[in-house]
Design a protein around this ligand. Sequence first.
Ligand code: GTB
Length: 215
Amino acid sequence: MTITITAFERSPDGGKGLARDTRVRWALEEAGQLYEVRLVSFRAMKEAAHLALHPFGQIPTCQDGDLALFETGAIVLHIATHHAGLLPDDANARARAIAWMFAALNTVEPPVLELVTSRILEGDKPWAAERLPLVEDRIRDRLKQLSARLGDAEWLDGAFSAGDLMMVSVLVRLKSSGLLAEYPNLAAYLARGEARPAYQRAFEAQLAVNTSKKS
Ligand code: GTB
């Protein structure tokens, strides 16, 4: 059965790949799975039908047969465990790849999201200019550690995995910040992720939605 995901009818970023359906599309592309997309408006996301799928009224969701899932970590893990291409066969390597997924979501993404909050939601506050460097330094702490671990390796733990997919998806949010340039191996890691044909297909698909809605 074809998987159906939800995505923004009109993404606030105009389709630059920042909304979280991109990482789910990417996982499906890596796994070679066809999928359908149901576009939802901001209003529809808060209505009962969508809340039944996503208790927090957000995108993306994923329906696979009679299974309905929310949270990109759970969705990508579901795809990765049911299809080849995103997790190693060796049990320990598989567990480590999943640990990297959690690290991306639980350890690296929170300070990255703080930066988005500081810049977009709190940018007009009188204390914003004082807070921003503190937020940036918390991101630098994580990037420095991640950079040290990655070293000159291509991916975080052997072959490309769902852990890399999630980490690259989180780092994408820093592209416009200038922070990644301070860690050239992470900038190169991000570029490697974005250069993957599966990422390109996912990016183009979500961009097409947003550009076709503009006219
Ligand atoms: N933890 C959840 C997950 O990983 O699935 C977070 C899901 C989430 O934050 N979804 C956002 C959403 O539905 C879209 S991705 N927001 C609407 C709402 O909460 O009402 C976040 C996002 C939105 C827009 C941009 N952008 O335009 O740059 C980037 C990221």
